[in-house]
Design a protein around this ligand. Structure first.
Ligand code: ADP
Ligand code: MG
Length: 614
């Protein structure tokens, strides 16, 4: 039989490699920026059109390429950065695979112009889908300019897979931030659709952070510096009181390369222990310098993961130096980080002697329950009535879930089946019960009803917000003193986009300035203390919006507000609150799913339960 294995033609191999290297326009941005840095540029310009879908261009003033190199740079595995495998362990460049340009040229229209300092003229090469269209002598300044147009022009599936411009731009800006933060000594400019979005002059690290994230960041930064044999740390952590609820500004750089590490992130988290509000994340901008021989970055093509030889030591050093800084700057209550935290005993346990027990002889464990069910009874009548509202409208709809739901017959509607003849006995039964501070249990004729409190409340709030926003009659509560909240310029842009919808939801804006939002009124249901968290959450929701969810700003806003304001898992509810929640849920148009389409409740029939008992 004939041999069937053959080598793939180069352009096919390149296209396959591109699948790994280039996932979206932001990947191109990353690769081109890194090449410019490797070329020793001191000034780099990034130009983007339509979130990079139409154009990504990077212009640098680096060392440029010779005529031959310019042509070779598009070959796969062509690199000037390593020569032997040993070099992999001494890397001080960003690139080393020699894959990026070949991959990009396989799936886009690329034009390269480059000139070395000592040459009079440079080279211009045009490549489209791995095919060289032209190579000519060109007059061009020292350095390199690479423009990448119509990304994925020959892979429509990929192109269609790209997310909305907001999302893709967000990814590009993330990459830009990472590179710009790692190199404060290089000046960066970024243009998007013709307007300048960033202008970052050469500066020190603190100034670079401030130039990117806004002037207000300055007062939030606590310096961290540590110099040990295995690891040097420099950079900043954010003061705990400014910690955000969304993971935003978290940057680790190892030898000037941005990396992600859940493990090291945990080290920071543990240094902040006890200092952060629930659910808040510390921000940090930390540069770690280690001996290149002790790391392996060759794990992942996009190179944000890294393997350290001795992670445990790094963890310990990182944790203690962040703790130290927080302590030094009078932020952490505990200064003594030499001591092993495991040896710390809670204060109350330190008193020696036998614990004493006090007994309340009048305590009747049943009394409270009885009171509780009295409250329930007094609230019972309207409850039963509104539960009947459940059935209204249900018959007309016929989706699967709703059919399940129509099997729900409430016990209170069929008292004759009760064990007791006396109506009052039935009335006194508590109709809801909360368990694990997460679910609300209620009985229905056919069995049990289990409601997820967080999701149910989201549904209720969501429908409410939607209604208010559509009729544009939301109730606002005026604040005694306007709230002044600080945001980065990008965040302000998003708030501006959503302004009208936010106003319909009940927000009143006094001013939206460069980095400041002044709010003089908020929706009635929104506590003043939560406003900044809610807006932060909203911004991050908008940034991560998925295009195939039929996106409308109003809908997204309602969802986000509902998510932020809904009672959380873990919150204990009074019986009244539980009943109110159940009633309001079933008064909703679509009670069976949360705004993100997850089940709000499940039912368990007596039959099903019986089967479990056989
Ligand atoms: P790698 O960066 O992994 O070496 P690339 O495909 O990104 O691979 O680039 C291939 C080669 O092209 C680089 O090794 C470098 O020699 C050259 N090159 C790419 N971009 C530039 C640039 N902006 N300035 C100078 N040389 C460049
Ligand atoms: Mg490269």
């Amino acid at each position: 039989m004939a041999d069937i294995i053959q080598l793939l033609p180069d352009h096919v191999a390149n296209q396959i490699a591109a699948g790994e290297v280039v996932q979206r326009p932001a990947s191109v941005v990353k690769e081109l920026l890194e090449n410019a840095i490797d070329a020793g540029a001191t000034s780099i310009k990034l130009i983007i059109k339509d979130a990079g879908k139409t154009l990504v261009q990077v212009i640098d003033n680096g060392k440029g390429m010779s005529v031959t190199d310019a042509r070779l740079s598009f070959e796969r595995h062509a690199t000037s950065k390593i020569k032997t495998a040993d070099d992999l362990f001494k890397l001080n460049t960003k690139g080393f695979r020699g894959e990026a340009l070949a991959s990009i040229a396989a799936i886009a229209h690329v034009e390269l112009k480059t000139k070395q300092d000592h040459e009079d003229v440079g080279t211009c090469i045009v490549i489209e889908g791995s095919t060289v269209i032209s190579q000519e002598v060109a007059v061009t300044p020292k350095g390199t300019s690479i423009s990448v147009k119509n990304l994925f022009f020959n892979i429509p599936a990929r192109r269609n897979f790209l997310k909305s411009n907001t999302v893709e731009t967000r990814h590009i800006i993330d990459e830009f931030h990472r590179v710009a933060l790692a190199h404060p000594n290089i000046s960066f400019v970024m243009f998007h659709n013709g307007s300048e979005t960033f202008n970052l002059p050469e500066s020190n690290y603190r100034q670079r952070i401030v130039n990117i994230f806004g002037i207000k960041t300055n007062e939030k930064l606590v310096p961290v510096n540590e110099d040990t044999e295995v690891l040097q740390i420099s950079g900043f952590v954010g003061k705990p009181e400014f910690a955000k609820k969304t993971r935003g500004e978290q940057f680790f750089f190892v030898n000037n390369r941005f990396i992600k590490s859940a493990y090291l992130n945990h080290a920071i988290g543990s240094a902040f222990e006890g200092l952060l509000k629930d659910g808040a994340h510390a921000s940090y901008f930390l540069n770690l310098t280690v001996n290149p021989q002790t790391i392996d970055i060759n794990i992942h093509p996009t190179k944000t993961e890294i393997k350290f030889d001795d992670e445990h030591t790094l963890y310990a050093i990182l944790r203690s130096s962040v703790k130290h800084s927080l302590g030094q700057f009078n932020i952490a209550p505990v200064l003594d980080f030499e001591r092993d935290a495991n040896l710390d005993t809670p204060y109350s346990y330190q008193q020696k002697g036998t614990p004493s027990i006090e007994v309340d002889s009048n305590f009747n464990p049943f009394r409270e329950d009885q009171q509780a069910s009295n409250i329930a009874t007094s609230y019972r009548k309207p409850t039963a009535a509104s539960w009947e509202g459940l059935y209204v409208g249900l018959e007309s709809k016929g989706t699967q879930t709703q059919q399940d739901f129509s099997e729900v017959h409430f016990e209170s509607n069929s008292k004759n089946e009760s064990f007791f003849d006396n109506d009052n006995q039935v009335e006194q039964k508590q109709s809801t019960y909360q368990f694990h501070n997460k679910y609300i249990v209620s009985t229905i004729k056919s069995g049990l009803l289990l409601i997820d409190q967080h999701r149910a409340h989201q549904r209720i709030l969501y429908e409410n917000f939607l209604k208010n926003m559509t009729i544009k009659e939301a109730m606002s509560q005026q604040l005694l003193f306007p709230l002044a909240l600080h945001f980065s310029p990008q965040e302000i842009e998003i708030i501006n986009q959503l302004k009208t919808d936010l106003e319909h939801a009940g927000f009143i804006f006094q001013a939206i300035k460069d980095e400041l939002v002044e709010i003089s009124g908020v929706p009635v249901s929104v506590p003043e203390s939560e406003v900044s968290i809610i807006l932060e959450q909203l911004i991050s929701d908008v940034e991560n919006e998925v295009p195939d969810s039929n996106f409308s700003a109003t809908d997204l806003l309602a969802k986000s507000l509902a998510k932020s304001l809904a009672i959380k898992t873990g919150q204990s509810l009074t019986i009244l609150e539980q009943e109110h929640l159940v009633n309001s849920l079933f008064a909703c148009k679509e009670p069976n799913v949360s705004p993100t389409n997850k089940a709000t409740f499940i039912t368990m029939t007596v039959d099903a339960l019986d089967r479990k008992f056989v």
